[in-house]
Design a protein around this ligand. Structure first.
Ligand code: NDP
Length: 290
C-alpha cells in the first residue's frame, strides 16, 4: 500500500466519518477511542483497532485527533509519553485560539508538531465536495500531509500561527450561529401572531441576500475605517434595534439578541459616532469600553 498510514484518535461522528473516508481512499488506518466499541464498524471496514492510545500514536507518523475539546487531547496524549516524538498531530477539535497555541507548545515540548484543523462541515458531508478544512501551523508539514488531509476535505491553509485555523473556524461559526439565532428569533416574533415560520422563509432569504450583498462594501469600510454615513446611520439603525426589542417584549418572547444589537448602537452613539454609518459598530466591537 503506497498511501501513508494514518492514526485517528476520537471516534465521534466526525472521527468515524474521517476514518471511513481515509479507508475508502486506500490509507492504512489505525484507530483508538476511549469507548472502544465505537471502533467496531470501522474495524469491519478495514481499520486496525489499537489497544491503547500510545499504540495508535506509534502506528503512524500522522495522528488525527477529533475530540470534544483540547482537554480531552491532553488527557489522552498524557498517557503516550515518548512515543509522541517526531509525530505530526492534526487536531480537528473545536476550542479557543489561545488553547490551540498552548497545545502547540505542549506538543513541541514532547517533540511533536501540531497542525490545527477546523473542519467546516457536519459529519455526513465529510469527504464530499462541500467539505473544506482550515489549517494552521508549520507550512512544511502542511505540504507533507496535504494529499492525505485532502481526503477529508479541501485543505485551506491560513498560516503558521497555530491559532489561525481556530480563529477562522470560530469566525465562520460566529456568522452561522448568529444568523440561525436571528432566524429563530424572527420566527418566534411572527409566531406570537400566529404566523408560521414557513411563511417567513422567502422573506428571510431575501433579507439574508441583502445582507450578503452588503459584505464587500462593509468589509472595505471595516478595513480602512471609513464609517461615513452610507444611508444607514447609527441613530436610525439604533432606533430600529430599539423597536425590535420593544416588539419582542410586547410579544412576550426573549429579547436578548436584539438587546445585544441595540447595546452596540447605543455604545456607538455614546462614543460620539452618531453621524456615522452602521459600520462604526466594528470599532465599538473591536474596542469595547468597560
Ligand atoms: P464530540 O464532540 O462529541 O467528540 C466525541 C469524541 O470525543 C469521542 O471520541 C469521545 O470519546 C471523545 N472524548 C470526549 N471527552 C473525552 C475525554 N475526556 N477523554 C477521551 N475521549 C474523550 O463528537 P464529534 O465527532 O461530533 O466532534 C468532534 C470535534 O469536531 C468537536 O470538536 C466538534 O466541535 C468538531 N466538529 C463537529 C462537527 C459536527 O457536525 N459534529 C462539525 C465540525 C466540527 P467517547 O466515545 O469515549 O465518549
Amino acid at each position: 500500500n503506497s498511501r501513508p498510514a494514518v492514526s485517528v484518535i476520537g471516534l465521534g461522528p466526525m472521527g468515524q466519518a474521517m476514518v471511513s473516508a481515509l479507508l475508502a481512499a486506500g490509507h492504512p488506518v489505525t484507530v483508538w477511542n476511549r469507548t472502544a466499541s465505537r471502533a467496531d464498524a470501522l474495524v469491519e471496514q478495514g481499520a486496525v483497532r489499537a489497544p491503547t492510545a500510545a499504540a495508535a500514536v506509534r502506528a503512524s507518523d500522522l495522528v488525527l485527533v477529533s475530540l470534544t475539546h483540547y482537554a480531552a487531547m491532553y488527557e489522552i496524549l498524557d498517557t503516550v509519553g515518548d512515543d509522541l516524538g517526531g509525530k505530526t498531530v492534526v487536531n480537528l477539535s473545536s476550542d479557543t485560539p489561545g488553547v490551540t497555541r498552548e497545545a502547540a507548545r505542549w506538543l513541541a515540548d514532547r517533540g511533536a508538531s501540531l497542525l490545527v484543523g477546523g473542519i467546516m462541515v457536519p459529519a455526513p458531508l465529510v469527504a464530499t465536495d462541500a467539505s473544506y478544512v482550515f489549517y494552521s501551523g508549520p507550512q512544511a508539514l502542511m505540504a507533507t500531509h496535504h494529499d492525505t488531509l485532502a481526503v477529508i476535505g479541501r485543505p485551506d491553509y491560513r498560516g503558521e500561527d497555530p491559532a489561525l485555523a481556530q480563529l477562522w473556524y470560530q469566525a465562520q461559526l460566529d456568522i452561522f450561529l448568529t444568523a440561525l439565532s436571528t432566524f429563530a428569533h424572527a420566527s418566534a416574533l411572527l409566531a406570537s401572531a400566529g404566523v408560521t415560520a414557513k411563511e417567513l422563509v422567502p422573506y428571510a432569504a431575501e433579507t439574508m441576500a441583502l445582507a450578503t450583498s452588503m459584505l464587500e462594501d462593509s468589509a472595505r469600510r471595516f478595513d480602512v475605517g471609513d464609517h461615513n454615513d452610507d444611508g444607514a446611520d447609527v441613530v436610525m439603525m439604533g432606533a430600529t434595534a430599539d423597536h425590535i426589542v420593544g416588539a419582542s417584549r410586547e410579544a412576550g418572547i426573549d429579547a436578548g439578541l436584539p438587546e445585544a444589537v441595540k447595546a452596540q448602537y447605543d455604545a456607538a452613539i455614546a462614543s460620539g459616532m452618531a453621524g456615522s454609518g452602521w459600520t462604526s459598530l466594528f470599532e465599538v466591537i473591536r474596542r469595547p469600553r468597560h
